[in-house]
Write a protein that binds this ligand. Structure first.
Ligand code: DON
Length: 566
């Protein structure tokens, strides 16, 4: 009997080691020359067409971004902002372009605080024109085009204009978002002619054709007149007048002075992989590297993906990173973000040493870093036949941004002001809290969780990662990367694998479906509080197979994207 039990234990042990805790996934898409992975399939297909026509990854990225503005406009577009990472093979360099929105110059620290009560005024930073920050996406796309584009700018917009003009059938995801936000959208008369059939208070549904003539006109102007038209023209003045009428904060000067910024990407290393991330005002980059460095000494693959031991250690690293985020991170042009201190290896060793293997720890606040001498979203990943890589995460913040569409132009306006810390300790839409470093100031960029990353191995392209999901972007990208590099999953399995998330406050682990109950019981026994959640994020990743050099793509099965290559 005893030997039978031993056999059983050995078998369970063996299975636990060789089979990670994730459901079966489709095989990854494989290609030899180039690939586009995006969270919406029409946009991915058009990006691929551009690659096949001889365009490079930057050309394909611009065309894909323009189509996403049409087919997934609730998530990203010219009325929002983006972060772009580019690996340019000829230079063997990673470039980081910050196309994040800026707070209007009229904005100030307590703009959303009720003077009498001293408390935040509900919804003004998320809904309506008061939530809008100066859009950055058009200028950022033009910046990368001027440097790397190889196909006529106008040609890159042609497919998006056609899809906006003739319409496309609504995906389930788009229809669900429309239905969820219908009431908010219906308030603004300009939205009715776009999202609602004539005379109807219910919006278009799954499979209905969404035609966006006004948006086609906007994209046509961008195509033929460049972004100067967006930031300094009669259109700009019309835009600003509308904002003024509606009592918003944007003024002409915000548009005239808006500039995308080229920043120095941040580099880290994990088990021989060179990881390049977006610097602040992205918080994701720094924290992904922090967590990877905290995790590196652990033998996570021995415990297995989504075992309670692995989740416990991941969660402990997440708590520490998010506590640092709340305290230290903000727009580096306005506050000193102690990047070197946050990534200092002795500091991260100390952070790791405060972790207990069998017990959840209570984190009171950020770690004490060494002093320095000085300092609904979308993601798509593209690689071309020359090995150039582009990772773009782009957003209007929450679905349909502030809910206002610029009348006559079909432009969905962001509500990125909510990514600022409205008041220290007051959570934003995503439950994130912040400090003075992320307080509102005119011209400042709100802190972001968007985390595009590019990975090289031995100087060669290895991977492109990214996702939407607010703060869950950071932990999604971390887990997707670990799923490949640490747990040996292919890229499709890696994006599909159930996820966990902790953001320091609230002090709970959010858990996707698919993680077994005994794992949850073990985590509870270690002192963690757990909140079972639905699914989140939408990772869109490319990974280069080290043995064959083949390009493999994984699009998140949680959403309706596509990985397409040739
Ligand atoms: O920049 C940020 O961190 C947020 N505005 C991102 C929002 C987002 O990912 C929404 N997606 N589900």
């Amino acid at each position: 009997m005893k030997s039978k039990n031993n056999l059983l234990i050995a078998f369970i042990y063996f299975v636990a080691i060789i089979s990670p805790a994730f459901a079966a996934s489709p095989r990854p898409v494989i290609a030899q020359n180039g690939m586009v992975v995006a969270s919406e399939s029409i946009a991915a297909g058009i990006g691929l067409d551009i690659l096949k026509q001889g365009g490079n990854a930057v050309d394909a990225a611009i065309a894909t971004a323009a189509v996403l503005n049409v087919t997934e406009g609730y998530s990203s577009g010219m009325g929002g902002g983006c972060f772009i990472l580019i690996y340019w093979a000829e230079d063997d360099q990673v470039y980081a372009i910050d196309g994040r929105e800026c707070a209007p110059f009229k904005a100030f620290r307590d703009i959303y605080i009720d003077k009498k009560s001293g408390k935040p005024i509900p919804d003004v930073s998320t809904e309506g024109i008061t939530a809008v920050a100066t859009p950055g996406q058009p200028a950022a796309l033009e910046m990368i085009y001027k440097r790397w584009g190889s196909i006529a700018w106008a040609d890159l917009f042609r497919p998006a204009i056609a899809v906006a003009d003739t319409g496309f059938p609504l995906s389930r995801t788009y229809a669900e978002k429309l239905s969820y936000f219908a009431q908010r959208l219906y308030q603004y008369p300009a939205n009715r002619g776009i999202f609602f059939p004539a005379g109807d208070t219910l919006p278009y549904g799954f499979g209905d054709k969404l035609i966006q003539k006004d948006l086609a006109k906007l994209l046509q102007n961008l195509a033929s007149r460049g972004t100067e038209w967006f930031y300094d023209s009669d259109f700009t003045r019309e835009f600003v007048n509308f904002v003024k009428e509606q009592k918003g904060f944007l003024s002409l000067n915000d548009f005239l002075t808006y500039q995308p910024i080229e920043r120095q990407s941040i580099h880290g290393n994990f088990r021989g992989y060179d990881i390049y991330v977006m610097p602040p005002p992205s918080s994701g980059g720094i924290h992904i590297i922090q967590m990877l460095k905290i995790l590196e000494p652990f033998n996570l693959s021995y415990w297995g993906a989504n075992s309670s031991e692995t989740i416990h250690i991941l969660i402990e690293s997440m708590k520490r990173a998010f506590a640092d985020r709340a305290y230290y991170l903000g727009d580096p042009d306005f506050v000193d973000v102690p990047i070197a201190g946050l990534l200092d290896s002795a500091y991260l060793d100390r952070q790791r040493n405060t972790m207990k293997p069998y017990q959840a720890s209570a984190i009171q606040g950020p770690g004490s870093i060494p002093q320095e001498e000085s300092s609904q979203t979308t993601h798509f990943s593209i690689i071309d036949q020359d090995g150039n890589m582009v990772a773009i995460t782009s957003t209007v913040n929450t679905s349909f941004g502030c809910g206002v569409v610029l009348p006559g132009w079909g432009l969905i306006l962001n509500n990125q002001m909510d990514d600022f810390s409205i008041q220290p300790g007051v959570p934003n839409y995503y439950g994130l809290i912040g400090s003075e470093a992320n307080a509102i100031e005119g011209g400042k960029r709100p802190l972001s969780s968007m985390s595009p990353i590019i990975v090289l191995k031995d100087g060669l392209p290895a991977g492109i990662f990214g996702s939407p999901g607010g703060p869950r972007i950071i932990t999604t990208v971390l887990q997707t990367f670990l799923n490949i590099v640490e747990f040996g999953m292919d890229v499709q399995e890696a994006v599909d694998c159930p996820r966990v998330h902790h953001q320091w406050k609230p002090n709970v682990i959010f858990i996707e479906p698919g993680i077994p109950n005994d794992v949850l019981a073990n985590l509870i026994a270690k002192g963690h509080e757990i909140i079972p959640n639905g699914y989140w994020s939408s990772a869109q990743c490319i990974w280069i197979d080290e043995n064959t050099g083949l390009i493999t793509g994984g699009t998140d099965s949680r959403t309706e994207g596509a990985a397409v290559g040739y």
